[in-house]
Design a protein around this ligand. Structure first.
Ligand code: 13P
Ligand code: SF4
Length: 404
C-alpha cells in the first residue's frame, strides 16, 4: 500500500525571490539545493541528505528510481522548467497540452508534474480516480494565480450581480493559471477555463451564452484577447480587488462588456516596447514573438503572439538564418536557442529572470518524490476536494470541448 504525505505549503512569491535568480551573465546552471537555498528562498523543506547531492548523483538516483517504477509513473514537464528538470520529462508542453495529456495517460498510476501548483491541480481534476498527481515541491505556486483568491472573487461576483439586478448575464472565464476553487466558481456560474492557446474561442463561447465577460486573473491576456476579438478598450474595465466595488461605479459595471481582474504575471510584464525597438535597431529583419501575458503595447508591437507551444512550434519551423527576439520565460528561450543552432534566438530582456516559482522544482525534489514512490510513500500528492472538483471539471470540460 502507498502512504500519502501531503502538505499544502503554498508559499507566496516575493519580489525579492522573483529577482533572486535574475542573471545578467545568462548563467542558468543548476547548483546543489544547499547552494540555491543561500539565495534566501523559502522552498519546501526536504530531508537533508538531498541538500548536498551533485547533479551526477541526482541523475543516477532518478535513473534507478525510474527503472524500479517502470510504467507506473509518468513525468510531465512545462516548457518553463529548467534544463536539468525538463530532461526527465516524458511529455513536455504548454498548459493546454499538458492538461490534455493528464486526461489521456491512463497507464501511469502516478503523474509527477514538473510545473506549478495550478497545473498539478488541473491534472488531478482531469486524470482518473485511480491515478495520483504529485508536485515535487509544494512551494511551486504561480504568483499570478495567487492574485485571485476565492473570497475576493466571490465578493466581486456578488457585487456584480447586485449592480446588474438580473439585467445582463456575466460569463466568468478563468485563465488556467488560477486555483481549482476559482475554476469551480466559473463552472458553477456558467463559465469556463481557457489557456493562452484558446482564449479567443473561450470569448466566442462566452458571447453565445451571455452579454458580459468577467476575465480572471490576468488582465493582460484578457485585454489582449478582447482587443483581438474587436472589443474596444472603452468597453473594458479593471476590477481592483483591494477596493470596494473593485473601485468601479455601478454605471461603469453596467456599461462594460469585459471586466478584467487586476492580476498580472511578474515575468511577462518585464517585457517592454523599448526592448523590441532595440532588437529591431540591431536587426531590422528580426521576428518578434511574445506571450499574450505581456502588456498590450508589447503585444501590439510584436509580429507574432501565442502560447509557449505556439512560440516553440513557430521557431522550430522557421527557416535557417532567421532571427527571433522572444518575450517569454528564459529557460524556454535558452532551450529554443540551443535546439535551433541555425537560427538566432534571444530573449528580449537582457537581464534574464526565470519564473521563480517554476524554478522551485529543483532536480533533487524530483528524486525525493520518485524515491518516495519506490518506498511506497506518496510525497506531495495534490488532491482537489471532491466538492471543488465537480464544478472545476465542468469548466475544464467546456474548454476541452471548444478546443477540439
Ligand atoms: P502556456 O499556457 O502558454 O504554457 O503558459 C503558461 C504560463 O504560465 C505562462 O506564464
Ligand atoms: Fe505564473 Fe508568470 Fe510563472 Fe507563468 S511565468 S507560472 S504566469 S508567474
Amino acid at each position: 500500500m502507498t502512504m500519502t504525505l501531503s502538505r499544502q505549503t503554498v508559499i507566496p512569491i516575493t519580489e525579492l525571490e522573483q529577482s533572486a535568480f535574475c542573471r545578467s551573465d545568462g548563467n542558468l546552471r543548476t547548483q546543489t539545493l544547499e547552494e540555491e537555498f543561500k539565495a534566501g528562498v523559502r522552498w519546501q523543506k526536504i530531508p537533508t541528505r538531498y541538500m548536498k547531492l551533485s547533479p551526477e548523483e541526482i541523475d543516477a538516483g532518478i535513473a534507478e528510481a525510474r527503472e524500479a517504477l517502470g510504467e507506473q509513473v509518468i513525468l510531465l514537464g512545462h516548457h518553463y522548467q529548467r534544463e536539468d528538470v525538463i530532461k526527465y520529462a516524458d511529455i513536455r508542453g504548454d498548459s493546454y497540452l499538458l492538461s490534455k495529456q493528464a486526461a489521456e495517460v491512463k497507464e501511469a498510476r502516478a503523474i509527477v508534474f514538473c510545473g506549478v501548483h495550478f497545473m498539478a491541480e488541473t491534472a488531478d481534476i482531469l486524470s482518473s480516480d485511480d491515478q495520483s498527481v504529485i508536485l515535487p515541491n509544494m512551494a511551486a505556486g504561480c504568483s499570478m494565480a495567487d492574485m485571485a483568491n476565492l473570497e475576493e472573487v466571490e465578493d466581486c461576483w456578488d457585487d456584480m450581480q447586485s449592480v446588474l439586478e438580473g439585467q445582463g448575464t456575466v460569463v466568468p472565464i478563468t485563465y488556467m493559471n488560477s486555483t481549482a476553487a476559482i475554476k469551480s466558481l466559473c463552472g458553477e456560474n456558467g463559465g469556463l477555463v481557457c489557456t493562452s492557446s484558446n482564449a479567443d474561442r473561450a470569448f466566442e463561447w462566452a458571447w453565445r451564452h451571455g452579454d458580459k465577460v468577467l476575465f480572471l486573473p490576468d488582465q493582460h491576456l484578457g485585454r489582449n484577447t478582447a482587443k483581438k476579438m474587436g472589443i474596444s478598450e472603452d468597453d473594458m474595465v479593471v476590477w481592483n480587488p483591494f477596493k470596494p466595488m473593485g473601485s468601479l461605479s455601478p454605471e461603469q459595471v453596467r456599461r462594460s462588456k469585459v471586466i478584467l481582474w487586476q492580476g498580472h504575471c511578474s515575468v511577462h510584464t518585464r517585457f517592454t516596447t523599448k526592448q523590441i525597438e532595440d532588437a529591431r535597431l540591431d536587426n531590422p529583419d528580426v521576428n518578434i514573438i511574445v506571450h499574450p501575458e505581456c502588456v498590450k503595447e508589447v503585444v501590439e508591437s510584436a509580429d507574432y503572439v501565442g502560447s509557449t507551444e505556439y512560440i516553440q512550434n513557430m521557431i522550430n519551423a522557421a527557416p535557417a538564418g532567421t532571427a527571433w527576439g522572444v518575450g517569454t520565460e528564459i529557460n524556454m528561450v535558452s532551450r529554443l536557442a540551443k535546439e535551433n543552432p541555425d537560427k538566432e534566438v534571444f530573449c528580449l530582456d537582457p537581464v534574464v529572470c526565470p519564473c521563480a516559482t517554476m524554478y522551485r522544482i529543483h532536480p533533487a525534489y524530483v528524486l525525493w518524490v520518485l524515491e518516495g514512490l519506490v518506498a511506497g510513500l506518496m510525497i506531495n500528492r495534490i488532491e482537489v476536494p471532491a466538492e471543488t472538483k465537480a464544478n472545476a471539471r465542468l469548466a475544464l470540460d467546456r474548454m476541452l470541448e471548444i478546443s477540439r
